[in-house]
Ligand binder design. Structure first.
Ligand code: NAD
Length: 344
């Protein structure tokens, strides 16, 4: 039996990617929608074989408690609202898939993990890039020793944000600027390919004066992450330049380039060693449908997802340290963390 999801928030991501992707999922389906816009909700309900009764307002969220067919909720709201809705969902005994960034800082993210644990429900951070064959091939090349001893990584995620009124530029809703929105992909994928946590962070940011877009959040961040064994990774993110998404890994015996590294499809991957340059190719797939399938299977089997809430907490810990380093001008040492226990 497939797992029924309620989608909470019908913005761009839900409308253009998630709701359509659920159609191609083998293990998940959309059973309900939660939105403040009744007309929009009903239009989506009609288009996706739901009834107007399957559409709820945010105030009526708790009515989902009576819907046994809704086993999981997917939170797709501005970042600072994630915590409230994850906690409300956990209280109803619903499993929760939550969009990235999990929250706005490590403390709030940890509170969400704790709330889901106390309610005995699963929490997954929607890190779509940890469910693609390309990112797994990159990880396997790094951890399988194909590049020899890895020394350096470098990841860029830059995109322009031109409209000063969007919630992404409001500190209370977004929790930061490009760092938690797009730079997060670089932090997350660097940790994923290495399979290790950084020991220290050193960072700087730029927030231009007089630009209405950047009154509350930074325009650009450059951060250096130090990993065990002297491995150094650079993260570069901005809302001020045209789209660039890359990941580079450099080892003693080879290197790897993903370009583009983070779009919804068309990922590039080149692995270069003494044998030449190799670009693995994979059958077509949908990142969002894979994510739905993974979480639905975890719900059915009672397994911890591959990217649980703790994975979101780990990135917030690094991002909090990046902001601290940029603020103080000092390198920030990170305390060691326990290894997670999750299913692939
Ligand atoms: P969006 O602005 O298009 O949609 C936001 C939704 O939240 C809308 O339905 C809006 O009505 C609702 N909302 C409720 N309260 C709100 C408030 N106070 N202010 C503004 N909107 C409010 O945003 P989006 O691009 O769909 O992003 C939603 C979440 O998904 C964010 O956490 C974002 O980081 C994440 N996201 C993830 C990916 C990915 O690739 N995984 C891509 C885009 C967005």
């Amino acid at each position: 039996k497939r797992v029924g999801f309620a989608i909470v928030g019908i913005g761009k991501l839900s409308a253009e990617e998630l709701i359509p992707a659920a159609r191609t999922s083998q293990h998940a389906y959309i059973a309900a929608l939660v939105t403040s816009e009744e007309d929009k909700g009903e239009a989506f309900a009609r288009a996706f074989d739901l009834t107007p009764d399957d559409v709820y307002s945010y105030d009526d969220f708790e009515k989902l408690a009576g819907r046994d067919d809704v086993e999981a909720v997917y939170i797709v709201l501005p970042n600072s609202l994630h915590r409230e809705y994850v906690e409300r969902a956990a209280k109803m005994g619903k499993h929760v898939l939550c969009e990235k960034p999990l929250s706005v800082n490590e403390q709030d993210a940890q509170a969400m993990v704790d709330a889901c644990r106390a309610a005995n429900v699963l929490l997954m951070t929607a890190y779509r890039c940890q469910y693609t064959p390309e990112h797994w091939a990159a990880r396997d090349a790094v951890q399988g020793g194909k590049l020899g001893k890895v020394k350096l990584l470098d990841s860029i995620h830059v995109q322009s944000e031109d409209d000063p009124s969007v919630w992404r530029l409001k500190l209370d809703l977004a929790g930061g600027g490009p760092l938690p929105d797009v730079g997060l992909y670089s932090v997350n994928i660097i940790r994923f390919v290495l399979g290790q946590e950084p020991e220290w962070v050193f960072a700087a940011l730029h927030q231009p004066e007089g630009d209405p877009r950047f009154g509350e959040v930074e325009e650009s961040v450059s951060a250096m992450l130090g990993f065990p064994g002297g491995v150094i990774a650079n993260v570069l993110t901005s809302y001020g330049a045209l789209k660039t998404t890359t990941l580079r890994v450099m080892g003693e015996e080879g290197s790897l380039l993903m370009d583009p590294a983070f779009p919804y499809d068309g990922l590039g991957l080149e692995i270069t060693t003494d044998d030449g340059t190799f670009s693995p190719s994979f059958p077509e797939y949908d990142q969002f449908s894979r994510e739905f399938d993974h979480f639905a299977q975890c719900v059915r089997g009672g397994q911890t997802p591959w990217t649980p809430g703790e994975e979101g907490v780990a990135d917030h810990r690094v991002m909090d340290a990046i902001y601290e380093s940029a603020r103080t001008g000092k390198r920030v040492e990170l305390r060691p963390v326990e290894k997670k226990d999750a299913s692939r």
